[in-house]
Ligand binder design. Sequence first.
Ligand SMILES: [Zn+2]
Length: 319
Amino acid sequence: MNYYVGIDLGGTNVAVGVVDESCRIVGRADTKTRAFHPAQEIADGMVSTAMQAIADAGVSLDDVQWVGVGTPGTANPRTGVVGLAANLGFRNTPLGALVSERISKPVFIENDANAAAFGELMNGAAKGLDSVIMITLGTGVGGGIIIDGKIYSGFNYKGAELGHLGMVYNGVPCTCGRRGCIESYCSVSALIRMTRESMQLNAGSKMWELAEHSLDKVSGRTSFDAMRQGDPSAAEVVRQYEEYIAYAVSGIINLFQPQAVVIGGGISKEGETLFDPVRERTYAQCFNHEDHNCTKILQAKLGNDAGIIGAALLGRQYH
Ligand SMILES: [Zn+2]
């Protein structure tokens, strides 16, 4: 049996999984990331955690074919070098080589959002497809582009930043310094901002009760929960948020016409409450939407495991 180690290197935690040939996680381990320590120390932590996951899986290191790493920032899969990952303190860091020399296996590296998209393709919502766009609605908006079974991130590996596609000229300020990006309308942070704005205009809204009468306690769930309790201003917040997502997704579909757009992130757990209206509004704005041969809009399935499974199977792009 062949096994593959996937390392999801985050700013706070390192999550490792051992994945078998049928793309399932059969062993796990995790540890804290020693962010801003020398890269050698971070690599030490990654490899010792990988060895724990291999022990947890009950397999031998000889059965491990390769190691894949999903990292924040820009990752060059050809050289194994991370160009810039601000939340780890990496700058032109040869992460692939640092891991490889500690575990004596081939190492593939990739940006973490791209690895997560690849995981959904390998064993998640987009299993069996080969041209898929993933968009993750979290604190920010992440993206991954997969064309013909391979991750596409541009000639310099900095692409697939779908969250920073323009949506509204001169619109709401974005974390990237620009205005009007998809992230400033479709992220959970944007939904929280819209929820607070609506609460300030609607003193009687149920959203106040759900947020314990404090704007600081508003979450991505506040408007959805209040809508379910029949609150009209909450329903309007959700409707507006879904309009923004549909506008963003229809642009992505018009550009790529992928087999599927997979939507992930915490908010995707709202399920059909979110997906039904988003599908309807998206298709209404797409070219050829009346055609049955159109892009599917799917809820991500793997959650945090997408990054581990995608990283573990990165080598499948070449084998
Ligand atoms: Zn931006």
